[in-house]
Design a protein around this ligand. Structure first.
Ligand SMILES: Cc1ncc(COP(=O)(O)O)c(C=O)c1O
Length: 382
Protein backbone atom coordinates (compact mmCIF):
# COMPACT_ATOMS: atom_id res chain seq x y z
CA UNK A 1 0.00 0.00 0.00
CA UNK A 2 1.13 3.53 -0.70
CA UNK A 3 0.85 5.76 2.35
CA UNK A 4 -0.27 9.07 0.87
CA UNK A 5 -2.23 11.93 2.43
CA UNK A 6 -5.95 11.39 2.08
CA UNK A 7 -6.98 15.06 2.39
CA UNK A 8 -6.87 17.51 -0.50
CA UNK A 9 -4.17 19.98 0.64
CA UNK A 10 -6.17 22.96 -0.63
CA UNK A 11 -9.19 21.88 1.45
CA UNK A 12 -7.00 21.94 4.57
CA UNK A 13 -5.80 25.45 3.73
CA UNK A 14 -9.40 26.58 3.12
CA UNK A 15 -10.31 25.28 6.59
CA UNK A 16 -7.35 27.09 8.16
CA UNK A 17 -8.32 30.33 6.42
CA UNK A 18 -11.93 29.98 7.58
CA UNK A 19 -10.80 29.26 11.15
CA UNK A 20 -8.49 32.31 11.24
CA UNK A 21 -9.88 35.16 13.30
CA UNK A 22 -9.64 38.36 11.31
CA UNK A 23 -9.09 39.16 7.66
CA UNK A 24 -7.00 36.87 5.47
CA UNK A 25 -4.84 37.91 2.51
CA UNK A 26 -5.37 34.95 0.21
CA UNK A 27 -2.09 34.17 -1.54
CA UNK A 28 -2.92 30.45 -1.32
CA UNK A 29 -5.81 29.99 -3.74
CA UNK A 30 -6.24 33.59 -4.86
CA UNK A 31 -9.43 35.66 -4.92
CA UNK A 32 -8.79 37.28 -8.28
CA UNK A 33 -10.99 35.96 -11.09
CA UNK A 34 -10.17 36.49 -14.73
CA UNK A 35 -13.44 37.77 -16.17
CA UNK A 36 -14.85 35.71 -19.05
CA UNK A 37 -14.59 37.60 -22.34
CA UNK A 38 -17.46 39.90 -23.33
CA UNK A 39 -18.67 37.37 -25.92
CA UNK A 40 -18.94 34.68 -23.22
CA UNK A 41 -20.71 37.08 -20.85
CA UNK A 42 -23.11 38.07 -23.63
CA UNK A 43 -23.83 34.43 -24.43
CA UNK A 44 -24.70 33.65 -20.80
CA UNK A 45 -26.87 36.78 -20.44
CA UNK A 46 -28.75 36.40 -23.69
CA UNK A 47 -29.26 32.66 -23.65
CA UNK A 48 -32.94 32.08 -23.11
CA UNK A 49 -33.90 29.49 -20.51
CA UNK A 50 -35.35 27.32 -23.27
CA UNK A 51 -32.97 24.53 -24.14
CA UNK A 52 -30.10 25.79 -21.94
CA UNK A 53 -30.50 22.97 -19.50
CA UNK A 54 -31.10 20.23 -22.02
CA UNK A 55 -28.24 17.87 -22.77
CA UNK A 56 -25.81 19.09 -25.42
CA UNK A 57 -26.47 17.79 -28.92
CA UNK A 58 -23.99 15.84 -31.09
CA UNK A 59 -23.67 18.98 -33.26
CA UNK A 60 -22.73 21.09 -30.22
CA UNK A 61 -20.09 18.53 -29.20
CA UNK A 62 -18.75 18.59 -32.77
CA UNK A 63 -18.55 22.39 -32.68
CA UNK A 64 -16.71 22.19 -29.33
CA UNK A 65 -14.18 19.67 -30.67
CA UNK A 66 -13.59 21.77 -33.80
CA UNK A 67 -13.01 24.87 -31.61
CA UNK A 68 -10.60 22.92 -29.36
CA UNK A 69 -8.65 21.63 -32.39
CA UNK A 70 -8.50 25.17 -33.84
CA UNK A 71 -7.27 26.51 -30.48
CA UNK A 72 -4.52 23.86 -30.34
CA UNK A 73 -3.46 24.78 -33.88
CA UNK A 74 -3.42 28.51 -33.17
CA UNK A 75 -1.92 28.58 -29.68
CA UNK A 76 0.30 25.48 -29.74
CA UNK A 77 0.85 24.96 -33.50
CA UNK A 78 -0.30 21.35 -33.11
CA UNK A 79 -2.59 19.72 -35.66
CA UNK A 80 -5.09 17.22 -34.23
CA UNK A 81 -8.30 15.84 -35.66
CA UNK A 82 -11.48 16.97 -33.85
CA UNK A 83 -12.24 13.24 -33.18
CA UNK A 84 -9.10 13.18 -30.98
CA UNK A 85 -10.82 15.50 -28.50
CA UNK A 86 -13.17 14.65 -25.65
CA UNK A 87 -14.88 17.47 -23.70
CA UNK A 88 -15.13 16.94 -19.93
CA UNK A 89 -16.83 19.10 -17.30
CA UNK A 90 -13.70 20.30 -15.49
CA UNK A 91 -10.11 19.38 -14.75
CA UNK A 92 -10.57 17.06 -11.79
CA UNK A 93 -13.40 15.10 -13.44
CA UNK A 94 -11.06 14.62 -16.42
CA UNK A 95 -8.24 13.37 -14.17
CA UNK A 96 -10.70 10.97 -12.54
CA UNK A 97 -11.96 9.76 -15.90
CA UNK A 98 -8.44 9.06 -17.18
CA UNK A 99 -7.42 7.21 -14.02
CA UNK A 100 -10.64 5.20 -13.70
CA UNK A 101 -10.63 4.10 -17.31
CA UNK A 102 -6.90 3.42 -17.69
CA UNK A 103 -5.41 2.23 -14.39
CA UNK A 104 -5.88 -1.31 -13.13
CA UNK A 105 -5.04 -2.40 -9.57
CA UNK A 106 -1.39 -3.36 -9.17
CA UNK A 107 -0.18 -1.48 -12.27
CA UNK A 108 2.80 0.80 -11.86
CA UNK A 109 2.16 4.50 -12.46
CA UNK A 110 5.20 6.78 -12.46
CA UNK A 111 4.39 10.25 -11.17
CA UNK A 112 6.78 13.08 -11.86
CA UNK A 113 6.94 15.24 -8.74
CA UNK A 114 6.01 17.78 -7.64
CA UNK A 115 2.61 17.98 -9.33
CA UNK A 116 -0.98 18.97 -8.81
CA UNK A 117 -1.89 16.26 -6.25
CA UNK A 118 -5.26 15.02 -7.54
CA UNK A 119 -4.09 12.42 -10.05
CA UNK A 120 -1.82 10.60 -7.60
CA UNK A 121 -4.55 10.48 -4.96
CA UNK A 122 -7.02 8.96 -7.42
CA UNK A 123 -4.44 6.47 -8.74
CA UNK A 124 -3.66 5.32 -5.19
CA UNK A 125 -7.37 4.81 -4.55
CA UNK A 126 -7.55 2.60 -7.64
CA UNK A 127 -4.81 0.34 -6.31
CA UNK A 128 -1.93 1.55 -8.52
CA UNK A 129 1.66 1.15 -7.36
CA UNK A 130 3.08 4.68 -7.44
CA UNK A 131 6.66 5.17 -8.58
CA UNK A 132 7.59 8.74 -7.60
CA UNK A 133 10.04 10.43 -9.98
CA UNK A 134 11.75 13.27 -8.10
CA UNK A 135 12.68 16.58 -9.69
CA UNK A 136 16.16 18.00 -9.76
CA UNK A 137 15.89 21.44 -8.10
CA UNK A 138 19.27 22.37 -9.61
CA UNK A 139 17.95 21.67 -13.12
CA UNK A 140 14.84 23.85 -12.97
CA UNK A 141 12.76 21.11 -11.28
CA UNK A 142 12.69 18.76 -14.28
CA UNK A 143 12.64 15.05 -13.40
CA UNK A 144 15.79 13.20 -12.57
CA UNK A 145 15.16 9.86 -14.33
CA UNK A 146 18.68 8.66 -13.44
CA UNK A 147 17.65 8.45 -9.80
CA UNK A 148 15.09 5.73 -10.60
CA UNK A 149 15.92 2.06 -10.68
CA UNK A 150 15.81 0.83 -14.32
CA UNK A 151 13.98 -2.40 -13.33
CA UNK A 152 11.22 -0.37 -11.66
CA UNK A 153 10.89 1.84 -14.77
CA UNK A 154 10.47 -1.23 -17.00
CA UNK A 155 7.14 -1.99 -15.23
CA UNK A 156 5.61 1.45 -15.78
CA UNK A 157 2.33 1.40 -17.72
CA UNK A 158 1.58 5.11 -17.35
CA UNK A 159 3.72 8.15 -16.56
CA UNK A 160 1.86 11.18 -15.27
CA UNK A 161 3.55 14.54 -15.75
CA UNK A 162 2.33 18.07 -15.15
CA UNK A 163 4.06 20.60 -17.40
CA UNK A 164 4.01 23.56 -17.24
CA UNK A 165 4.23 22.55 -13.61
CA UNK A 166 2.10 23.49 -10.64
CA UNK A 167 3.71 24.53 -8.27
CA UNK A 168 7.21 25.14 -9.68
CA UNK A 169 6.35 26.58 -13.11
CA UNK A 170 8.95 24.21 -14.66
CA UNK A 171 8.80 23.92 -18.46
CA UNK A 172 11.24 21.22 -19.61
CA UNK A 173 13.19 21.26 -22.86
CA UNK A 174 12.53 17.93 -24.70
CA UNK A 175 16.03 16.67 -23.97
CA UNK A 176 15.63 17.36 -20.28
CA UNK A 177 13.17 14.45 -20.15
CA UNK A 178 15.56 12.02 -21.87
CA UNK A 179 16.87 10.36 -18.70
CA UNK A 180 13.30 9.31 -17.89
CA UNK A 181 11.53 8.87 -21.23
CA UNK A 182 14.34 6.86 -22.89
CA UNK A 183 13.99 4.22 -20.19
CA UNK A 184 10.20 3.81 -20.28
CA UNK A 185 8.81 0.71 -22.00
CA UNK A 186 7.37 1.41 -25.46
CA UNK A 187 3.81 0.51 -24.42
CA UNK A 188 3.93 3.22 -21.74
CA UNK A 189 1.43 6.05 -21.93
CA UNK A 190 2.57 9.57 -21.01
CA UNK A 191 -0.27 11.61 -19.56
CA UNK A 192 0.40 15.33 -19.25
CA UNK A 193 -1.70 17.83 -17.33
CA UNK A 194 -1.26 20.97 -19.46
CA UNK A 195 -3.59 23.21 -17.48
CA UNK A 196 -1.06 26.08 -17.56
CA UNK A 197 0.09 25.35 -21.15
CA UNK A 198 -0.60 28.82 -22.57
CA UNK A 199 1.10 30.66 -19.67
CA UNK A 200 4.77 30.18 -20.63
CA UNK A 201 6.74 33.38 -20.19
CA UNK A 202 10.05 32.52 -21.90
CA UNK A 203 8.93 30.50 -24.89
CA UNK A 204 6.06 29.07 -26.86
CA UNK A 205 3.02 27.57 -25.12
CA UNK A 206 3.91 24.05 -23.98
CA UNK A 207 2.21 20.81 -24.89
CA UNK A 208 3.51 17.27 -24.86
CA UNK A 209 2.37 17.01 -28.51
CA UNK A 210 5.01 19.48 -29.57
CA UNK A 211 8.71 18.68 -29.40
CA UNK A 212 8.38 15.95 -26.74
CA UNK A 213 6.21 13.60 -28.82
CA UNK A 214 8.56 14.19 -31.78
CA UNK A 215 11.66 13.50 -29.65
CA UNK A 216 10.26 10.27 -28.14
CA UNK A 217 7.95 8.95 -30.89
CA UNK A 218 7.82 5.36 -29.56
CA UNK A 219 5.72 6.42 -26.52
CA UNK A 220 1.99 7.16 -26.53
CA UNK A 221 0.58 10.49 -25.34
CA UNK A 222 -2.58 11.85 -23.76
CA UNK A 223 -3.11 15.37 -22.44
CA UNK A 224 -5.51 17.35 -20.29
CA UNK A 225 -6.38 20.99 -21.02
CA UNK A 226 -8.40 22.38 -18.14
CA UNK A 227 -9.55 25.87 -19.02
CA UNK A 228 -11.68 26.80 -15.99
CA UNK A 229 -8.91 28.84 -14.41
CA UNK A 230 -7.90 30.49 -17.68
CA UNK A 231 -11.39 31.60 -18.65
CA UNK A 232 -13.04 32.27 -15.30
CA UNK A 233 -16.09 30.19 -16.14
CA UNK A 234 -16.86 29.43 -12.48
CA UNK A 235 -19.64 26.86 -12.17
CA UNK A 236 -19.45 25.98 -15.89
CA UNK A 237 -16.05 24.29 -15.88
CA UNK A 238 -14.36 23.62 -19.18
CA UNK A 239 -11.77 20.99 -19.96
CA UNK A 240 -10.88 18.50 -22.67
CA UNK A 241 -8.68 15.49 -23.20
CA UNK A 242 -6.69 15.06 -26.38
CA UNK A 243 -4.84 11.96 -27.47
CA UNK A 244 -4.32 9.14 -29.90
CA UNK A 245 -7.14 7.05 -31.41
CA UNK A 246 -6.84 4.01 -29.16
CA UNK A 247 -6.90 5.98 -25.91
CA UNK A 248 -9.58 8.42 -27.07
CA UNK A 249 -11.92 5.59 -28.13
CA UNK A 250 -11.41 3.88 -24.76
CA UNK A 251 -12.04 7.15 -22.88
CA UNK A 252 -15.11 8.05 -24.94
CA UNK A 253 -16.67 4.63 -24.40
CA UNK A 254 -15.84 4.62 -20.67
CA UNK A 255 -17.20 8.16 -20.23
CA UNK A 256 -20.59 6.96 -21.49
CA UNK A 257 -20.76 4.98 -18.23
CA UNK A 258 -18.89 7.41 -16.02
CA UNK A 259 -20.02 10.96 -16.96
CA UNK A 260 -23.35 12.73 -17.16
CA UNK A 261 -24.13 14.60 -20.35
CA UNK A 262 -23.04 18.24 -20.22
CA UNK A 263 -25.76 20.83 -20.67
CA UNK A 264 -26.18 22.74 -23.92
CA UNK A 265 -25.30 25.97 -22.09
CA UNK A 266 -22.07 24.52 -20.70
CA UNK A 267 -20.87 23.25 -24.07
CA UNK A 268 -21.82 26.50 -25.83
CA UNK A 269 -19.93 28.57 -23.24
CA UNK A 270 -16.92 26.27 -23.51
CA UNK A 271 -16.94 26.54 -27.30
CA UNK A 272 -17.12 30.33 -27.15
CA UNK A 273 -14.17 30.37 -24.71
CA UNK A 274 -12.05 28.22 -27.00
CA UNK A 275 -12.74 30.49 -29.97
CA UNK A 276 -11.35 33.43 -28.01
CA UNK A 277 -7.65 32.65 -28.51
CA UNK A 278 -6.72 36.33 -28.16
CA UNK A 279 -7.77 35.99 -24.49
CA UNK A 280 -5.23 33.19 -23.99
CA UNK A 281 -2.51 35.30 -25.59
CA UNK A 282 -3.20 38.35 -23.43
CA UNK A 283 -3.51 36.21 -20.29
CA UNK A 284 0.16 35.32 -20.54
CA UNK A 285 1.20 39.01 -20.38
CA UNK A 286 -1.32 39.57 -17.63
CA UNK A 287 0.18 36.84 -15.42
CA UNK A 288 3.73 37.86 -16.30
CA UNK A 289 2.93 41.33 -14.86
CA UNK A 290 1.18 39.83 -11.83
CA UNK A 291 4.16 37.55 -11.11
CA UNK A 292 6.56 40.49 -11.43
CA UNK A 293 4.50 42.59 -8.98
CA UNK A 294 4.33 39.69 -6.52
CA UNK A 295 8.06 38.92 -6.84
CA UNK A 296 9.04 42.54 -6.14
CA UNK A 297 6.80 42.70 -3.08
CA UNK A 298 8.14 39.43 -1.69
CA UNK A 299 11.73 40.59 -2.19
CA UNK A 300 10.93 43.78 -0.29
CA UNK A 301 9.88 41.58 2.62
CA UNK A 302 13.10 39.55 2.48
CA UNK A 303 11.80 36.44 0.68
CA UNK A 304 13.82 35.00 -2.18
CA UNK A 305 11.45 34.02 -5.00
CA UNK A 306 12.78 31.39 -7.40
CA UNK A 307 12.97 32.31 -11.07
CA UNK A 308 9.76 31.17 -12.76
CA UNK A 309 9.00 30.51 -16.40
CA UNK A 310 5.25 29.80 -16.44
CA UNK A 311 1.98 29.66 -14.59
CA UNK A 312 0.27 31.51 -11.77
CA UNK A 313 2.49 30.70 -8.78
CA UNK A 314 5.73 31.91 -7.29
CA UNK A 315 7.84 29.64 -5.09
CA UNK A 316 10.12 30.85 -2.27
CA UNK A 317 12.48 28.68 -0.23
CA UNK A 318 11.30 28.69 3.39
CA UNK A 319 13.45 31.24 5.25
CA UNK A 320 15.09 30.45 8.62
CA UNK A 321 13.16 33.17 10.40
CA UNK A 322 9.92 35.06 9.71
CA UNK A 323 9.50 38.09 11.96
CA UNK A 324 10.43 36.80 15.41
CA UNK A 325 9.70 33.15 14.58
CA UNK A 326 12.23 30.48 13.64
CA UNK A 327 10.64 28.07 11.18
CA UNK A 328 11.85 24.56 10.44
CA UNK A 329 9.63 23.49 7.53
CA UNK A 330 7.02 24.67 5.04
CA UNK A 331 3.99 23.86 7.18
CA UNK A 332 5.39 25.78 10.16
CA UNK A 333 6.21 28.77 7.97
CA UNK A 334 2.73 28.81 6.42
CA UNK A 335 1.13 28.56 9.86
CA UNK A 336 3.23 31.45 11.22
CA UNK A 337 2.30 33.64 8.22
CA UNK A 338 -1.39 32.91 8.72
CA UNK A 339 -1.49 33.12 12.53
CA UNK A 340 0.64 36.25 12.88
CA UNK A 341 -0.16 38.30 9.76
CA UNK A 342 -3.25 36.67 8.25
CA UNK A 343 -1.31 35.78 5.08
CA UNK A 344 -2.36 32.44 3.54
CA UNK A 345 0.10 30.52 1.33
CA UNK A 346 0.53 26.88 0.30
CA UNK A 347 3.36 24.96 2.01
CA UNK A 348 5.21 22.53 -0.23
CA UNK A 349 7.95 20.02 0.61
CA UNK A 350 9.95 18.98 -2.46
CA UNK A 351 12.61 16.39 -1.73
CA UNK A 352 14.61 17.68 1.21
CA UNK A 353 13.68 21.32 0.53
CA UNK A 354 10.80 23.35 1.92
CA UNK A 355 8.95 25.98 -0.13
CA UNK A 356 6.04 28.39 0.11
CA UNK A 357 3.80 28.81 -2.92
CA UNK A 358 2.38 32.32 -3.40
CA UNK A 359 -0.48 32.69 -5.90
CA UNK A 360 -0.48 35.51 -8.44
CA UNK A 361 -4.29 35.49 -8.36
CA UNK A 362 -4.28 38.17 -5.66
CA UNK A 363 -6.43 41.27 -5.67
CA UNK A 364 -4.53 44.55 -6.07
CA UNK A 365 -5.65 45.55 -2.59
CA UNK A 366 -4.18 42.35 -1.10
CA UNK A 367 -0.84 42.98 -2.80
CA UNK A 368 -0.78 46.57 -1.51
CA UNK A 369 -1.51 45.35 2.02
CA UNK A 370 1.18 42.66 1.82
CA UNK A 371 3.70 45.33 0.73
CA UNK A 372 3.11 47.32 3.92
CA UNK A 373 3.48 44.33 6.24
CA UNK A 374 7.24 44.75 6.57
CA UNK A 375 6.44 47.68 8.87
CA UNK A 376 4.35 45.30 10.99
CA UNK A 377 7.29 42.91 11.37
CA UNK A 378 6.74 40.54 8.42
CA UNK A 379 10.40 40.24 7.47
CA UNK A 380 11.94 36.98 6.21
CA UNK A 381 15.58 36.13 6.95
CA UNK A 382 17.49 33.23 5.40
C1 LIG B 1 -2.28 21.60 -12.73
C2 LIG B 1 -3.75 21.54 -12.43
N1 LIG B 1 -4.48 20.56 -12.96
C3 LIG B 1 -5.81 20.45 -12.74
C4 LIG B 1 -6.46 21.37 -11.93
C5 LIG B 1 -7.92 21.19 -11.63
O1 LIG B 1 -8.70 21.87 -12.53
P1 LIG B 1 -10.25 22.15 -12.17
O2 LIG B 1 -10.24 23.30 -11.22
O3 LIG B 1 -10.86 22.48 -13.52
O4 LIG B 1 -10.80 20.93 -11.56
C6 LIG B 1 -5.74 22.42 -11.34
C7 LIG B 1 -6.40 23.39 -10.46
O5 LIG B 1 -5.79 24.16 -9.78
C8 LIG B 1 -4.33 22.49 -11.60
O6 LIG B 1 -3.58 23.46 -11.03
Amino acid sequence: MNAKPSRYPIAIIRERMNAHEGPVLDFALGRHRDEPSSSVQKLIKNRSYDGSLSASSPDQIKAFSAAAAAMLAQIYKVEVAPQSILPVAGGRPALTLVAASMIKPGETVAIVEPAYPAFERIAVQLGAEILPVPPDPDQGFVPDGESINADALRLVSMTAVNFPNNPTGAVPAPNALRSLFDRLPSWSLVFNDATYGPLTFDGSPWTVFNDVAATFPRLRYLELHSLSKLFGTGPLPVSFLVGEDEEMTALREFSEFASSAQSALQVEVATECLKDTSHLKSLKDHYFQRMAGLGETLETLGFEPLPVSSGMYLMCRVPMVIGEHSVANADEAAQVLLDTWGVAVVPWEIGRNSYLRFSARYTEDELAQLRTMGQGGLVAKS
